[in-house]
Design a protein around this ligand. Structure first.
Ligand SMILES: O=C(O)CCC(=O)C(=O)O
Length: 288
């Protein structure tokens, strides 16, 4: 069985090296058993929609302080994420605009995904299809840093195996053009021990597997995108001022409630400022 390589989270350079070569890596050392238990408690009420044997519960960022503050904001993880997703002004942009500007990745979506007994495998896909991204082959040039729009992370809440629907990944497919399709022998199974995480570029072909066991396969999905692409989930519609204010400043920034006052503004300020003003004052502001 084709397998993915592993890297410890406290050696971000190793994970970056494997991601550039394979498009996906198994991260060890992110989630402790205590954190997994806490996130399970935080999310167990959240299961709502069910489709094709898969259950998806959104809003993980707000539901679980542990997932938000300790996983999504893990500094070693963000070091890897921003290696791929930070956007720094090219020189010609610098000469025409705010010079030296650099923006970090933001949250695209965070959710819990469970595959129930009998849940079918997904088709192999690239997550950057949500942004309608086309891919030209990088097989000759090698990986072009800057070509990815996002990175996904799946944290295993249970041991994942081929039998219970471990994520299928095609190593190296982040370098392929759109015309190339994966053959069976090119598909790896990212079998994870509970607490390990799969990190993969959004250009990498992957799929949730089929669950042929009686036990649910649960993973926490934390996806990041570049600052200037539209996040997959529009969670702004869900959180209250009080909820957002209870988050750390870094979490407010990651989710787009606090910005660099250029991109993602709301009424010429931050979305959090607008929430603080509230509906009544929002309209009064315009009276002179
Ligand atoms: O459930 C998985 O293992 C992968 C999830 C995924 O690829 C998706 O939801 O698009």
């Amino acid at each position: 069985m084709l397998r993915l390589r592993k890297a410890p989270l406290n050696l971000p350079e190793k994970a970056i090296e494997v991601l550039e070569q394979d498009g996906g890596v198994i991260i060890t050392g992110l989630a402790s058993p205590e954190q997994l238990q806490q996130v399970y408690q935080d999310t167990r009420q959240g299961w709502k929609a069910r489709y094709n044997g898969r259950m998806h519960a959104g809003l993980l960022f707000g539901r679980s302080a542990t997932a938000r503050e300790q996983w999504c904001l893990n500094p070693d993880l963000l070091r890897i994420v921003n290696h791929f997703l930070r956007t720094t002004n090219p020189a010609d942009v610098d000469s025409q605009s705010t010079s030296g500007r650099s923006t970090d990745a933001m949250l695209s979506q965070a959710a819990s995904i469970t595959i129930l007994e009998g849940g079918k495998a997904q088709p192999l896909h690239r997550d950057d299809a949500i942004w309608q991204k086309a891919h030209t082959s990088q097989e000759q040039t090698g990986y072009r840093l800057g070509s990815d729009l996002g990175i996904g992370m799946l944290v295993a809440a249970v041991d994942t195996t081929y039998a219970n629907g471990a994520t299928l990944v095609v190593p190296g497919s982040h370098l392929w053009g759109d015309a190339r399709t994966a053959q069976e022998h090119e598909v790896a199974t990212a079998e994870l021990s509970r607490g390990e995480a799969l990190l993969f570029l959004t250009s990498t072909l992957h799929a949730g597997g089929a669950n042929t066991t009686p036990d649910p396969r649960t993973m926490y999905a934390i996806f990041y995108c570049r600052s200037w692409v539209r996040p997959e989930a529009n969670d702004f519609a869900c959180y209250t001022r009080e909820e957002v204010e209870s988050w750390s400043l870094e979490a407010q920034k990651l989710a787009g409630y606090v910005t660099d006052k250029m991109l993602g503004i709301c009424d010429d300020g931050d979305a959090l400022d607008a929430l603080r003003r509230g509906a009544a004052q929002r309209w009064q502001d315009w009276l002179v």
